[in-house]
Design a protein around this ligand. Structure first.
Ligand SMILES: C[C@@H](C(=O)O)C(=O)SCCNC(=O)CCNC(=O)[C@H](O)C(C)(C)COP(=O)(O)OP(=O)(O)OC[C@H]1O[C@@H](n2cnc3c(N)ncnc32)[C@H](O)[C@@H]1OP(=O)(O)O
Length: 187
């Protein structure tokens, strides 16, 4: 039994059990070794404070965003009023088109420039495919602190994303094979 449980009574036991369950789930699902001292720290101080929010968008890489946009509109019946223009995101090396679905969005990504981060993905997947998911977080700095404490690599620094809000990408090799973008948002 951990020293913290012996010393601080029943409510601490409940909190510690919840915390340990959380760290065990994290350890199981990511297959990563959690830092040795994490189990003895105050519940919530190092883990689970980033407050994962709703799904912001699912991003689909494509060689031609206008063609993809037409597919969503004409074949899948997306309301044109819910589809954005194709917008260059110079800092990210992509063009984006957003299709609002009410509770979330689809982001169509087309490469912009020779250094676009989605070029290799499209080489490997010439017909395009799901490139990343974006999840809202309340505080991106805390989120970065928490993922780094769990040995998840961030890709580059926090940047301003397509919605004018801070975003950061997490390495797919550290996230069960999924490229994850976190966006600081109230949702
Ligand atoms: C506008 C903005 C916004 O929404 O606000 C955006 O969306 S910007 C959207 C575009 N921006 C970004 O994606 C920024 C973050 N992305 C990156 O830094 C990069 O694209 C990486 C994810 C590191 C991939 O790098 P790179 O293209 O050089 O490929 P790589 O061949 O070295 O990839 C290393 C390993 O990761 C895998 N890998 C690569 N891309 C992946 C993806 N999207 N999902 C899952 N796995 C992926 C590869 O298969 C490879 O695995 P193996 O080693 O097993 O073969």
């Amino acid at each position: 039994m951990l020293p913290i449980i012996r010393q601080t009574g029943f409510s601490a036991i409940k909190r510690s059990s919840r915390f340990l369950a959380t760290t065990q789930r994290l350890s199981f699902s990511t297959g990563m070794m959690l830092k040795e001292n994490a189990k003895t720290e105050t519940p919530g101080a190092k883990f689970n404070y980033m407050q994962l929010g709703t799904l912001n968008h699912v991003a689909i890489a494509t060689k031609d965003a206008n063609k993809a946009k037409l597919f969503y509109e004409t074949v899948l019946g997306a309301n044109p009023a819910n589809i954005s223009e194709k917008i260059p995101q110079e800092e990210h090396g992509v063009y984006t088109v957003f299709i609002s679905l009410g509770n979330t969005k689809i982001e169509l990504l087309e490469p912009l420039g020779e250094k676009s981060p989605i070029l290799k993905f499209l080489e490997a997947n010439p017909n395009g495919g799901i490139h990343h998911i974006c999840i809202n977080v309340k505080d991106i700095n805390k989120a970065v602190e928490q993922v780094k404490a769990n040995n998840v690599r961030t890709l580059g620094n926090i940047k301003i994303g397509a919605h004018g809000l801070p975003v950061i990408f997490l390495h797919p090799k550290d996230c069960l094979g999924v490229l994850i973008e976190l966006e600081e948002s109230k949702h």
